[in-house]
Design a protein around this ligand. Structure first.
Ligand code: FAD
Length: 403
């Protein structure tokens, strides 16, 4: 699969791109921007592949208009376990697989080719950062901006009393152009300036340089460390390598134990209906305590399209809450204590959780969230011998076994 990383065709007139499943988004963006277009939704990390984003869940600040990555897909070539390759579209005989593929994480088949929608771009993006001092006013504004004449909407919660909505729009010319790829840090700029201007390329990768704010865990927010690392290492690919090395050798965990502390990684993206967002934020601040939190609105693009493994109500606006950090405690908790609290709160607030990270659901609770009946029917039709394994076993049991 790793060789399937080529962009096959960009058609700016019919507004689609055809690309192989393992194409990382930075290659895809480079090829599409050269033709004056971009994929409708570009996940924030350069290394995420198109196939991975469709088999999992991908979201960005254009999702209030275009939905999740999989809602921008027109056609998929899927490799089944018996080596058959099927072309799936929303209206051919394999539409069940087309709609069942998102959030199946490779347990139904592998995406070899993806045809996805593109939109025309302009060379620059002008950003406006709107400050708020309460969750209620912040969420009301996020909902309102989803109907505004802007191209991108997202939010960041720095703490209970410091919340920002950022709206952004395409423009042809700008008075100046900021650079957050080396000495300056994008997330800090949100609180420092009301207006900002970036090239479209820099806008799409604004979060990658510092992996949102997670680079600070490697001290990469310090000027000296930034200079030592240099521009070429300030990106999510480099940080992921370091984090993988750390989790393999358990370095941070051992150091914390020596200091008499316990740690649990809470790395989650969850979507919550807008109307429950204020209470969910209160829960996060009170019980989990991770900040900042990335908040991104998402709406179903096509009310007729239903994705059984990631069900959203087409009449609702949802907010993706992304929170990625370590919770430190003096007291020992059962494994996954804080992640379990998040899972319970997501269910309580009628939300859904992405499965890329650690999950602790019981089998019953898991299949209440994700449509078991539809999944079983897909498995029976497309992977009857279950050679690709089961979604629960892959996303929950495997994660538990790691700890
Ligand atoms: C550290 C981290 C940060 C993230 N940050 C963001 C973010 O900023 N924005 C965002 O939108 N999403 C984010 N995500 C979610 C991400 O989009 C999904 O997890 C996605 O599935 C990752 O794709 P990948 O190409 O990196 O695949 P991998 O992580 O390599 O694989 C993820 C899963 O998808 C399966 N898979 C991979 N390729 C295919 C394919 N071609 N066909 C079928 N199945 C396949 C794999 O078997 C695996 O189960 C993040 C995930 C992680 C782990």
């Amino acid at each position: 699969m790793s060789r399937l990383h080529h962009v096959l065709a960009v058609d700016p007139v019919r507004q689609f791109v055809d690309t192989e499943g393992m194409t990382p988004y930075d290659s895809l963006v480079e090829a599409t921007l050269a033709e004056g277009v971009m994929p409708c939704v570009v996940p924030q990390l350069r290394s995420i592949t198109v196939g991975g984003a469709v088999a999992g869940i991908g979201i960005e600040s254009s999702s209030f208009r275009y939905g999740l990555v999989h809602e921008t897909v027109r056609e998929l070539d899927v490799l089944l376990a018996d080596s058959t390759v099927l072309t799936c579209t929303p209206d051919n005989e394999h539409r069940d697989l087309f709609f069942g593929f998102p959030n199946s994480y490779g347990t139904l088949g592998y995406a070899l080719r993806v045809r996805a929608d593109t939109v025309p771009v302009q060379p620059y993006v002008t950003l406006t950062h709107h400050p708020f001092t309460s969750g209620r006013s912040f969420f009301t504004a996020l909902g309102r901006f989803c109907d505004a004449q802007v191209d991108f909407v997202e939010g960041v919660v720095f703490d209970r009393g410091s919340l920002y909505v950022t709206t952004a729009s395409f423009v042809d010319t700008v008075p100046f152009e900021s650079d957050y790829r080396f000495e300056h840090i994008y997330y800090r700029s949100i609180r420092e300036r009301e207006r900002d201007h970036l090239s479209i390329g820099d806008y799409l990768w604004r979060w990658d340089t510092d992996w949102f704010w997670c680079s600070r865990n490697l001290w990469a927010d310090k000027p000296l460390v930034r200079r030592l690392l240099g521009r070429e290492r300030l990106n999510s690919r480099f940080y992921q390598k370091v984090m993988r090395w750390n989790s393999r050798w358990g370095v941070a965990r051992r150091l914390e134990r020596l200091a008499g502390r316990y740690r649990e990684s809470v790395i989650q993206d969850v979507v919550i209906p807008l109307q429950h967002a204020p209470e969910f934020l209160e829960f996060l601040v009170r019980e989990i305590g991770i900040a900042p939190i990335w908040v991104c609105p998402v709406r179903h693009r096509n009310a007729q399209h239903r994705f059984p493994l990631f069900r959203l109500d087409p009449d609702k606006i949802y907010l993706n809450f992304g929170f990625w950090d370590v919770v430190h405690t003096r007291r020992m908790h059962v494994t996954g204590h804080f992640n379990r609290l998040v899972e319970e709160a997501v269910a309580r607030h009628e939300g859904t959780k992405s499965l890329y990270s650690d999950s602790y659901y019981t089998r019953d609770a898991f299949w209440q969230q994700y449509d078991e009946q539809a999944y079983r029917a897909l498995k029976a039709r497309y992977d009857p011998e279950s050679r690709f394994g089961d979604l629960y076993d892959k996303c929950v049991r495997a994660a538990r076994a790691r700890h």
